[in-house]
Design a protein around this ligand. Structure first.
Ligand code: IPE
Ligand code: IPE
Ligand code: MG
Length: 255
């Protein structure tokens, strides 16, 4: 019996029944989708097969978040540091949004999902940019879940660009240093218009931020799982939300 429990506990995909209250669903969930390569390696497969299966997990997570009533789902798909990877892998990753949207866009539209992109999109290959632009245009009047892809995104670059913009405005005499507030900075970041993430999830057992939303996650609740991203499903999201609901968010105060 004990051996069976131990086996169950060591399974990466174990599913526990969870109770979720509909009154305290995180409005904005952000996910660092990590572990595609290791998932593939464990199966003796090339890393790109992990990315391919990771794409299916994006769909599962989107539907699950939509079903739970999450309003904003930000997915870290490619960082400003991921260009360091071998060209073949980068090329594959840049084709994935094209493939993902070709397969899923109609269903996303049917589910009233609005697609957005956050990152330095100018530097993306034109086919990647075109696919994302088409998805943005075709879903811009949708009023359901906002699915925000962080693509060629880096938290430090975002802050750097924001500061450069503020500096230029001061130099041009249209902004005074006293007018720089948290709200102004918020509005001038790539996430402008989205509330800060309430819940940040990272898969694959890594416990770091890897340059993700450094400004915006100041008070986010963090949840980590050993599951690799291609294994992620609704049960994981529910576990994360259940844990979120057990936390007390104090924001530095007393509660
Ligand atoms: C996440 O999986 C996808 C991206 C970073 C694009 P990885 O490719 O980082 O997989 P691991 O971490 O090497 O296993
Ligand atoms: C973070 O994962 C970036 C994305 C999930 C897109 P990485 O695999 O690039 O992070 P590190 O290198 O392990 O910190
Ligand atoms: Mg990784």
């Amino acid at each position: 019996m004990i051996k069976r429990i131990q086996e169950w506990l060591s399974r990466k995909d174990r599913q526990v029944p969870v109770e979720i209250s509909p009154d305290n669903i995180p409005r904005h969930v952000a996910i660092i989708m990590d572990g595609n390569g290791r998932w593939a390696k464990r199966r003796g497969l090339p890393r790109i097969v992990g990315h391919q299966n990771g794409m299916k997990a994006v769909k599962r997570a989107t539907i699950a978040a939509n079903d739970l009533g999450v309003e904003f789902l930000t997915m870290y798909a490619f960082s400003t540091e991921n260009w360091k990877r071998p060209k073949d892998e980068v090329d594959f990753l840049m084709r994935l949004p094209v493939e993902f949207l070709a397969i899923e866009l109609d269903e996303l539209i049917e589910k009233n999902v609005q697609v957005r992109v956050m990152g330095d999109t100018e530097a993306l290959p034109s086919h990647t940019r075109r696919a994302m632009e088409e998805a943005i245009v075709r879903t811009e009047s949708n009023t359901g879940l906002i699915l925000n892809f962080a693509l060629n995104y880096g938290g430090r670059k975002e802050i750097e660009d924001c500061m450069r913009g503020l500096g230029k405005d001061i130099q041009a005499g249209v902004l005074s240093p006293e007018e720089i507030t948290s709200e102004l900075i918020d509005s001038r970041l790539l996430s402008g218009g989205l509330p800060d993430p309430d819940l940040l999830i990272r898969t694959s057992g890594e416990m770091r931020l890897s340059n993700f939303m450094l400004w915006q996650i100041a008070y986010s609740e963090l949840w980590f799982t050993d599951a690799y991203w291609p294994e992620f499903d609704k049960a994981h999201l529910m576990q994360a939300v259940a844990e979120y609901q057990r936390r007390t968010r104090r924001y530095g105060g007393l509660k």
